[in-house]
Design a protein around this ligand. Structure first.
Ligand SMILES: *Cc1c(COP(=O)(O)O)cnc(C)c1O
Length: 820
C-alpha cells in the first residue's frame, strides 16, 4: 500500500534525508544517551520525534511572535478531554517531512511505519467530545487561528479495554511509560490552585465597596506541559497546554519526623490524584467530588495563565474580551465563569457590573448533549465547601439574571425557576449548563437538529430571555487525519483523478463526483477499498484469530457503548438475520460481517451487558455451520483513535442508528462517509445534514424522526404489543431471553429483554422493522457493485463540507471574532 501523500506542488521543499539521518543519530546519542547498536525501536522513535520537534520549535516560536507583534486576539479552548491518538504521523505529514524521514530512517535500517505504531495513543478523552477538541486543535493551526488548548495531562487517560470471556475488563492505560517526547515540561509555569477554606469580607474605604478575600484551606500546583500542534504545511504551530497536579509541599517533614510516613505524603497523593485518571463517563455526569476538583483545577490554572499573558502584554483587564476568546467545551470548565469573576473582582478590584460585562464578552459555550443524565449539576453543600467564594459569586450572578428575567415580564414562576442557576427541587444543586449559558455571549449546538432541540428543550427559557445567543456550528473532522493519513490508498487515487487541489481546499473534493460514472475509476476505487478491508481482516486474524472474507460486506458500528446509540438494535437484527439464514438456506443472502467496537462506562450495567451479548451472539453465529459463513460478528477490543484509523477506511457500511433526537451530532458518521462507507442511519444529529450533502439516494435513512419519538413518548408508547405483532423481532428476543446465546447462564439477558417489553425507552422495537427492511435493501444494492461504488464515490466527493476547517472558520467569524 502507498503511504501518506507526497508533498503537493504548493508545499515547501523536503529536507535532505541524509542530514535528517545524521540528526537522528545525534539525537539518539546526545539526547537519549545511546549508540545506534543498542538502540531499541522505541529509542529510534523518540530520536525521530525529537528531530522533527526541533523543526517545529522554530515555527512555533515564529507563530507566537507573530501574534504578539500583531496584538492579535487569541482563542483559548478549555476542554477536560483531548482524544489525540498518535501524533507522529500527524506532525510529520503536516510538516511535510514524512517522505524524507522515511528515507532517513530506512538508511539507518529502521522502518518508519513499524516504529510509528509503537507510539501509544494519547487517549485523554472518552469519545466524540474529546476527539472534536483534537480535530479543532489541528484545524485551528491549519486555518491560522492563534489558539491554546487547555486541559489535564492525565497520567492514565481513558482505560484500556480487554475482553475476557466476552466481558469488558478495564485496565489502566500507561501511555507515559516511555515518556512523551512531544511535550515540554514547564516547571517555571506553575499555577497555585486552592480549595476549601473561608471567605473574608473586608470593608473598603468609607465602609462601602467591600472586597472579598478567599483563604483556601488546601493548595496545589498546576504544572504546565506543552505540546506543539502543527497545522497543515506547518503554517501555524499552536500550543496544547495540559496541567499536571503537584504538591506545594512534596513531603510534610514534621509529620514524617513524627513517624506518620503515609500522612507525610498525603499532600502529594492529593495533588497527584487531580491528574491521574480521566473519568470514563461519556454522556453522563461523573458526579464525584474529585471530578469537580479536576474541573476547577484546570479552569483556575488556565485562567491565571490567560490573565498573566494578557496583563504582560496589555497591562489592563478591561481589554480582555478584545484580545481573548475563551471557549468552554461543554460545561466541564463552566466554573471558569465564576473564577474569572472572582479574579476580576477580588484580585484586580473591578466592580461586579464591569466584571460581569468582561466575563460575558470573553466566554462562549458549546453544548454537547441534551441527555438529562449528562447535564452537570453539583450539590450546593459540596460546591460551597470546595469553592466557597465561587458559590457566593454564583448567587450574585443568579440574582442578576433572575432580576433580568422578572423585568422582562415574560416568565411565570415555574419558568423563572428553570432559568435559575440553582435547582431548588429536592437537594439544592448548582446547574453548570445554566451557569455556562448566562456567562457566555454565545452558546452553540453541534448540528442543526441538536441546536433546534436545545432551543425547544433544555434551554427553552434561557433562549427566550436571551433570544440571539444560541447558534449552530455543525461539527467537523480534520481531513488530514481522517482521510490523508488513515487512507493513503484512497488519497493517492483521488489525487490521480482530480489533482492536488483538494489537499489544501477540501471543498474541491467535489470534483470527484463525476468519477462515480467512470467504470475504470470505480474499479480502482473498489481495489483501494478491498486493500483496506484486507488490512482489517489481517488485524482480526492476528489479534482475535478470526478469519474473514474481505469480499463480504463490512458493516461497522464503532463508538461508545450506550443504549441511545442502539448497538442492541444492531445485535437483535443480527439474531433475526441469523434465524432467517437458517430457515431459508435457499435464498441469495449477501455475506456480511458485522463489526462492533467501543467502551462501556465501568458503572453502566446495561452497556457492559450489551458487549457481552455481542460476544455471546458472535460465538454461536460464527460457529454455526448452517450459516455457511454468510454472517459473522466481530467485537474488536479497545476501540480508540488508532483502531478507528484502520477500521473506518475498511467499512462498506456505517451504522449511525441512534434513537432520533439523542445524538447531538456524531463525528464518526462523518469519518465513515468521507472514506466512502455508505451510512445506514436515523435522522439524528449530523446524519440529517450528511443526507443533505450526499443526497438521499446515497444514504440509507430509516426509522422514527425526533419529532415522532417525542410524540410516541408523550402519547404512551406500548412496546409489548408492537413486539408481539412483529414475529421476527419477537423470535429474536425470545432466543436472547431464553438463553440460546448464553447456555451457561440462561437468565443473563432476561432483564435486558424485559426492559424492551416494558418501556423500551430507546425505541428499539419501534424502529426494528424499518431497520431490518433497510438492511435487506442494502443487501440488494450490494449485489450491484457498480451502483454501490458509485454511491460510495459520491459520498467521498460530497463530504468536504464536514471538514473541521469549515467548523473552525464559523467559530472564528461568528463566535470568537478572530481572523482565520
Ligand atoms: C470519532 C470518534 C468517536 C466519536 O464517534 P461517534 O460515532 O460520533 O460517537 C469516538 N471515539 C473515537 C476513538 C473516535 O475517533
Amino acid at each position: 500500500m502507498k503511504s501518506a501523500p507526497a508533498p503537493a506542488s504548493s508545499m515547501p521543499q523536503q529536507p535532505d534525508p541524509k542530514e535528517l539521518a545524521a540528526e537522528i543519530v545525534k539525537a539518539l546519542r546526545y539526547r537519549g544517551g545511546k549508540d545506534a547498536n543498542v538502540a531499541t525501536p522505541h529509542d529510534w522513535l523518540t530520536a525521530s520525534i525529537k528531530v522533527v520537534r526541533d523543526r517545529i520549535v522554530d515555527a512555533w516560536i515564529a507563530s507566537t511572535k507573530q501574534i504578539y507583534d500583531a496584538q492579535a486576539k487569541r482563542v483559548y479552548y478549555l476542554s477536560l478531554e483531548f482524544l489525540i491518538g498518535r501524533l507522529t504521523r500527524d506532525a510529520f505529514s503536516n510538516l511535510d517531512v514524512m517522505a524524507a524521514m522515511r528515507e532517513a530512517l530506512a538508511s539507518l535500517g529502521v522502518d518508519l511505519d513499524e516504529i510509528a505504531t509503537l507510539e501509544p495513543d494519547a487517549a485523554l478523552g472518552n469519545g466524540g467530545l474529546g476527539r472534536l477538541a483534537a480535530c479543532f486543535m489541528e484545524s485551528m493551526a491549519t486555518v491560522g487561528v492563534a489558539a491554546h488548548g487547555y486541559g489535564i495531562r492525565y497520567a492514565n487517560g481513558m482505560f484500556r479495554q480487554e475482553i475476557s470471556d466476552g466481558w469488558q475488563v478495564e485496565l489502566p492505560e500507561t501511555w507515559l511509560d516511555h515518556g512523551n517526547p512531544w511535550e515540554f515540561e514547564r516547571r517555571e509555569r506553575s499555577m497555585e490552585v486552592g480549595f476549601g477554606g473561608t471567605v473574608e469580607a473586608i470593608a473598603g474605604p468609607g465602609g462601602q465597596d467591600e472586597r472579598h478575600v478567599w483563604r483556601p484551606q488546601e493548595r496545589v500546583l498546576a504544572v504546565a506541559y506543552d505540546t506543539p500542534v502543527v497545522g497543515w504545511h506547518g503554517r501555524r504551530v499552536n500550543t496544547l497546554r495540559l496541567w499536571a497536579g503537584m504538591p506545594v509541599d512534596p513531603i510534610l517533614l514534621d509529620r514524617f519526623n513524627a513517624g506518620d510516613h503515609l500522612g507525610a505524603l498525603a499532600e502529594s497523593n492529593k495533588a497527584d490524584a487531580l491528574s491521574r485518571v480521566l473519568y470514563p463517563a461519556d454522556s453522563s455526569a461523573a458526579g464525584q467530588e474529585l471530578r469537580l476538583r479536576q474541573e476547577y483545577f484546570f479552569s483556575a490554572a488556565s485562567l491565571q495563565d490567560i490573565i498573566q499573558r494578557h496583563l504582560s502584554q496589555y497591562g489592563d483587564l478591561h481589554s480582555l474580551p478584545d484580545k481573548a476568546a475563551i471557549h468552554l467545551n461543554d460545561t466541564h470548565p463552566a466554573v471558569a465563569v465564576a473564577e474569572l469573576m472572582r479574579l476580576l473582582m477580588d484580585v484586580h478590584g473591578i466592580d461586579f457590573n464591569a466584571a460581569w460585562d468582561i466575563t460575558r464578552k470573553t466566554f462562549a459555550y458549546t453544548n454537547h448533549t441534551l441527555l438529562p443524565e449528562a447535564l452537570e449539576s453539583w450539590p450546593v453543600p459540596l460546591f460551597e465547601r470546595l469553592l466557597p467564594r465561587h458559590m457566593q459569586i454564583i448567587y450574585a450572578i443568579n440574582a442578576q439574571v433572575l432580576t433580568e428575567a422578572h423585568a422582562s415580564g415574560q416568565f411565570d414562576g415555574g419558568q423563572i425557576s428553570r432559568i435559575s442557576l440553582i435547582e431548588e427541587n429536592g437537594e439544592r444543586r448548582v446547574r453548570m449548563g445554566n451557569l455556562a449559558f448566562v456567562g457566555s455571549h454565545s452558546v452553540n449546538g453541534v448540528s442543526a437538529l441538536h441546536t433546534q432541540l436545545m432551543k425547544e428543550t433544555v434551554f427553552a427559557d434561557l433562549h427566550r430571555l436571551y433570544p440571539v445567543r444560541i447558534s449552530n456550528k455543525t461539527n467537523g473532522i480534520t481531513p488530514r487525519r481522517w482521510l490523508f493519513q488513515c487512507n493513503p490508498g484512497l488519497t493517492a487515487l483521488v489525487r490521480e483523478a482530480i489533482g492536488d487541489r483538494f489537499l489544501d481546499d477540501i471543498d474541491t473534493l467535489k470534483d470527484l463526483d463525476a468519477f462515480a460514472e467512470d467504470a475504470a475509476f470505480r474499479e480502482k476505487f473498489a481495489a483501494v477499498k478491498r486493500a483496506n478491508k484486507e488490512r482489517l481482516a489481517a488485524l482480526t486474524a492476528q489479534r482475535l484469530g478470526i478469519r474473514l472474507d474481505p469480499s463480504a460486506l463490512f458493516d461497522i458500528q464503532i463508538k461508545r457503548i450506550h443504549e441511545y446509540k442502539r448497538q442492541l438494535l444492531n445485535i437483535v437484527e443480527a439474531v433475526a438475520l441469523y434465524d432467517q439464514i437458517r430457515s431459508h438456506p435457499e435464498r441469495d443472502w449477501t455475506p456480511r460481517v458485522k463489526f462492533f467496537g467501543g467502551k462501556a462506562a465501568p458503572g453502566y450495567h446495561n452497556a457492559k451487558l450489551i458487549i457481552k451479548l455481542a460476544n455471546d451472539v458472535a460465538r454461536v453465529v460464527n460457529r454455526d455451520p448452517a450459516v455457511r459463513g454468510l454472517l459473522k460478528l466481530v467485537f474488536v477490543p479497545n476501540y480508540n483513535v488508532s483502531l478507528a484509523e484502520i477500521m473506518i477506511p475498511a467499512a462498506d457500511l456505517s451504522e449511525q442508528i441512534s434513537t432520533a433526537g439523542m445524538e447531538a451530532s456524531g463525528t464518526g458518521n462523518m469519518k465513515f462517509a468521507l472514506n466512502g462507507a455508505l451510512t445506514i442511519g436515523t435522522l439524528d444529529g449530523a446524519n440529517v445534514e450528511i443526507r443533505q450533502h450526499v443526497g438521499e439516494d446515497n444514504i440509507f435513512i430509516f426509522g422514527l424522526t425526533a419529532e415522532e419519538v417525542a410524540e410516541r413518548r408523550n402519547n404512551g408508547y406500548a412496546p409489548r404489543a408492537l413486539i408481539e405483532g412483529t414475529p421476527e423481532l419477537a423470535q429474536a428476543l425470545a432466543a436472547i431471553s431464553s438463553g440460546v446465546f448464553s447456555p451457561d447462564d440462561p437468565n443473563r439477558y432476561r432483564d435486558l429483554v424485559s426492559g424492551l417489553y416494558d418501556h423500551d425507552w430507546f425505541m428499539v422495537a419501534a424502529d426494528f422493522d424499518a431497520y431490518a427492511s433497510m438492511q435487506r435493501r442494502i443487501d440488494a444494492v450490494w449485489r450491484d457493485p457498480a451502483a454501490w461504488h458509485a454511491k460510495s464515490i459520491r459520498n467521498v466527493a460530497r463530504m468536504g463540507w464536514f471538514s473541521s476547517d469549515r467548523t473552525i472558520r464559523e467559530y472564528a467569524n461568528d463566535i470568537w471574532n478572530v481572523t482565520a
